[in-house]
Design a protein around this ligand. Structure first.
Ligand code: AMP
Length: 281
């Protein structure tokens, strides 16, 4: 399973990524975490990134692209991964496309967590309070002032990725305003429906071809208004078996698969010709 989690700061990407890691035994690649670790370790990259991060601006593309490229070469990537916080700009997304192509890795889906901006400040404040209560060090960029800058950068630089991945039929949108549990369930249900995750024991596994079609439809139809995309994506992806059936029926109609229809037609025509000939004789 290879996924990208997309959403503004406070949307719940980190929380959902951890849950997906736990359930699907994949690796979470959070560029923010990696940069914070590099800053704490005092590496040249970390020191360069530290101040930029504290200001709420984005670290230069080439730095994060290099970090991700190196990380994708590690052996623990073979089960799959979930990118959290990367890509964050269209050039980063294009660079990722290139990287994945070179490394023969196929991306399954981009999960957008859509949330109301008004809720984000409260969420980040709650995160800070929880971290303090656990005695953890609080992120220096989790202040209302820096958050507003991070949000502005999300809007201008990262939000265009929604269109980018929607065009490539990779986007699925989930309503991130639901409870953590509900969001997780919704993501897992969609992933199972598109064939990116193992469906529940009793549900037959989707054929890869059929799965791709379902993702494409969900991504393409995702409307722009908040709230609706989750429903549409969820609807399009609903029960795995239904999706497979639909894809099969569509393939039958269009004859894209090794459809039996043309064979049947010629089979029907053949006896007619024979009959005509026989009639002439
Ligand atoms: P995050 O933990 O994802 O909220 O990221 C924290 C900070 O790390 C961001 O505000 C940026 O300064 C930096 N950062 C993380 N990921 C990226 C990225 N893909 N591109 C540029 N800067 C990043």
């Amino acid at each position: 399973m290879r996924l990208i989690l997309l959403g503004p700061p406070g949307a719940g990407k980190g929380t959902q990524a951890q849950r997906l890691v736990h359930k699907h035994h994949i690796v979470q690649l959070s560029t923010g975490e990696m940069l914070r670790a590099a800053a704490a370790a005092g590496t040249p990259i970390g020191l360069q990134a530290k101040e930029i991060m504290a200001s709420g601006a984005l670290v230069p593309d080439e730095i994060v692209i290099k970090i991700i490229s190196d990380r994708l070469d590690q052996p623990d990537m073979k089960n799959g991964f979930i990118l959290d916080g990367f890509p964050r700009t269209v050039p980063q997304a294009a660079a990722l496309d290139e990287l994945l192509k070179k490394k023969h890795i196929k991306l399954d889906a981009v999960v957008e967590l859509r949330v109301n901006e008004s809720a984000l400040l409260n969420r980040v404040e709650a995160r800070v309070a929880e971290m303090r209560a656990r005695g953890e060090e609080v992120r220096i960029d989790d202040t209302p002032e820096v958050l507003s800058k991070r949000l502005a950068s999300y809007r201008t630089l990262t939000e265009p990725l929604i269109h980018y991945y929607s065009e490539r039929r990779k986007l699925v949108t989930v309503d991130g305003m639901m409870t953590i549990e509900h969001v997780t369930r919704e993501i897992n249900r969609i992933l199972a429906a598109i064939g990116a995750a193992e469906p529940k024991a009793a549900t037959p596994k989707l054929a890869p071809g059929a799965a791709r079609k379902t993702v494409g439809t969900a991504g393409k139809k995702a409307p722009k208004t908040p709230g609706r995309p989750a429903k549409v994506a969820a609807k399009a992806a609903k029960p795995a078996s239904k999706g497979a059936k639909k894809a099969k029926m569509a393939a039958k109609r269009t004859g894209t698969k090794t459809s039996k229809k043309p064979v049947k037609k010629s089979a029907r025509k053949a006896p007619k010709k024979v009959t005509k000939k026989r009639a002439k004789r």
